[in-house]
Ligand binder design. Sequence first.
Ligand SMILES: [Zn+2]
Length: 218
Amino acid sequence: MPARRPPSDLPGDLELPLTSGEPWWYWTGGRPALDLVNTLRERWWRRVECLCSPADLQRWLAESGLLAPTTSATEEQLEDARTLREAIDDLIVAQTRGTAPPATSIGTINRHLGQHRPPYLEVDGDHARLTQTPPVESVTLALTLIARDAAEMFGTDDRHRVRVCQAQDCSARFYDRSPAGRRRWCTMNRCGNRNNVRAHRRRRSTPGDHHGVHPAHS
Ligand SMILES: [Zn+2]
């Protein structure tokens, strides 16, 4: 699997639309379906498209470990991937609001699931190999694996572990694997720390608070 870049913020003066979103891919979702949703960044503000071309889709799927790096993608598959992405996000939004998932979004995910064929064993040299395990050789099949991840997440109690980062300047989606299920930030060393710093400043700037620090002195 090609190396993944660490997550980084989009600069305020970024020229949009991007020609490639690769520098801004955000691998913190914890599951392929959520990583895909995070390829549309800053959903709370600029909605920055980071799957900009079929080449972007091919590289993103290869970096996700789902697609064999030599397979190329088409414009149509790029559209399919974006449609699937937004259908998955519809389920995230419905889940966080406590409303029923939209039937059209369920239909989109089901359409991808319908392309999934049962895997089988084949002989590979001196051992047996299960087909359709990642990385697969077709973009369509790679998207079915993402649809399957989404279906297994939202079709089971896993849905209660889907989160949207609570930082006011972040809309990243992630899967909460913490034992207590109380994770709030997509990344502790970025959104978590920044929030802690903000909360600390707020406490320091509140007159008469327990620090006894006047705003003019902070
Ligand atoms: Zn975040």
